[in-house]
Each structure stands twice: as C-alpha cells, then as structure tokens.
Design a protein around this ligand. Sequence first.
Ligand SMILES: C[S@@+](CC[C@H](N)C(=O)[O-])C[C@H]1O[C@@H](n2cnc3c(N)ncnc32)[C@H](O)[C@@H]1O
Length: 202
Amino acid sequence: MAFNRKDSYYKQAKREGKRSRAIYKIEEIDQRFRILKRGQKILELGAAPGGWMEYIAQRVGTSGTVLGLDLLTISKLQSPPCRTLVADILAPDTGTRIDNLVSPPFDGVVSDLAPNLTGIKATDQANSIAMLETATRLGLERLRNGGFLICKVFQGSELKQFQLQMKNHFQKITLAKPKASRKTSSEIYLVATAYTGNTSLQ
Ligand SMILES: C[S@@+](CC[C@H](N)C(=O)[O-])C[C@H]1O[C@@H](n2cnc3c(N)ncnc32)[C@H](O)[C@@H]1O
C-alpha cells in the first residue's frame, strides 16, 4: 500500500532539524517506559542516520555512552557520549569490533535494524529472521543483568517465537507500536526489561 513519505512526523523532523522521523518512535517509547537515564551505556544496532542516537545522547548526557553501529557511515554526532562503528552485524568479527571500541556490559541495547528488501517474500522473511537472531545474540552477550532491550520486529510468524525466546531472558516483555510508526508498516517494537542474564538462546 502506498504511504505518504512526507507525513506529519517527517515534516516535524525537518522543522526541528532532526536526522530522521524515527526519533519520535524512541522518544515515545522512552516517555512511556521511562527507560533511558543519565550516565547509561547504550548500544544501538542499525543506527544510521542517527536520529535515535541524537535522542539517546541527550537523555544519557555526556557522562553516558551511545555506540551506534550501521553498514552506513553516521555523520558526526556529539562526542561524548556518541561513538559510531561502520560494520555489518552479520560479519563474524563485529562483536570483537564493538568490544574494542566500548567495553561491555551495556545498560541497554536498542535495535531499529531493517534488512534491505529483495521483494522476494521468502528471502526477505529469512533475512529478517537471521538479522533478528544475530542482533539479539550480539546484544544479549553484552547486556548487564537488569538491563533492557528495545528491538524492532516485524509482525508475522517470527514474532511469537521471538517473544517466547525473550521471555526466557527478561522479567518483563511488552510490545509497543509508537504513533510515529506508520500504520501501513508491520513493524512493532519489543520492549524487554530486567534482563536475567540467561544468554543460552535457543
Ligand atoms: C530504520 S534505519 C535506522 C534508523 C535510526 N534508528 C535512526 O533513528 O536514524 C535501519 C538501519 O539498519 C541498517 N542495517 C541494515 N542491515 C544492516 C546490517 N546487516 N548491519 C548493520 N546495519 C544494517 C540500515 O543501513 C539502516 O540504516
């Protein structure tokens, strides 16, 4: 279904000089769950062009850290707290590269990753699942006990299974569809808090 790319959130982002309309999604999630705090160390997977990073940076302040990773270069952000890494989450050395830049554990892992679509449904679904599994593994291996995960998921067969898996690792799991997320999009955000430290992903 066609959507209006230049909707009210797009226009608001332009007006307010934000990097992307995506910023309003993390803002709404944060306001609802009161999750981001001063001094926190946050890892963002799929962070370009840096809209979420700008918001998170302002919430964690200069005593905190936000490491944003993406295939694409993220143009300069306030440092501290921002650090960036050009990397493919599917590459085998990405975990080591993260650790060399910012030593774990992180207080929170956020992922707004969206795979590049091929248009072939079965391929897109398989890529999306592979990306979600890898992102979750990378994130949870670096998350402190009690930490949180905010993660974009696509509604469909993978969601239920993913929710069940995450229930083994967090005390509380909620699904959120922020107003800035297009109604026509199947994306939804899983907000998981109070990590129990069980990294044996099934
Ligand atoms: C929706 S955008 C993120 C928007 C960002 N949260 C913001 O607020 O500006 C999704 C990102 O996932 C990244 N991505 C897709 N596949 C990736 C991969 N294999 N490794 C790293 N990043 C990837 C894309 O390059 C894209 O920038």
